[in-house]
Design a protein. Sequence first.
Length: 187
Amino acid sequence: MKKIIVGITGASGVIYGIDLLKKLHALPEVETYLVMSAWGKKNIELETDYAISEVEGLADHLFKNRDLGATIASGSNLFDAMIIVPATMKTVAALAIGYTDDLITRAADVTIKEQRQLIIVPRETPLSAIHLDNLSKLAHLGVQIIPPMPAFYQRPTTIQELLDQHSMRLMDALGIKQEVGRRWEGD
């Protein structure tokens, strides 16, 4: 059983997190632990037709972002990886300086200190030098930075096709075998 923590923060693009959760939920060999910030929940309401309860129902375990006593706040809890999708620049900055005032940043800090896999899906544009410095600092610590940059070689015609391609890339990075998007097959 692969145990994955999914954090959804208040950046635009919460649909990326929801799509990944849907795909992970369909795999019996994956167990998910979900934490959403208050603004992550607000953006679900603003940007999608999903109810918060629907998104919560896609996870095996659910935690409140203020619950710093949760199991995932401790390095003694053996999980395999964490992914923050989407990640705000506030979250990125907090991780870059080790400031952990909520469960998303605490679980990510634990992931870094325990040298487990952490993936950040930053959603901001344009990126300032501060954002780039913070992302670079995290990359130097071994954090994978996988922004949602669509590929167009498969000639997508729907938003879902773009989501499928990005979720496929995230699941590839997590080492989860799947075929949810189209791969490059050469020219």
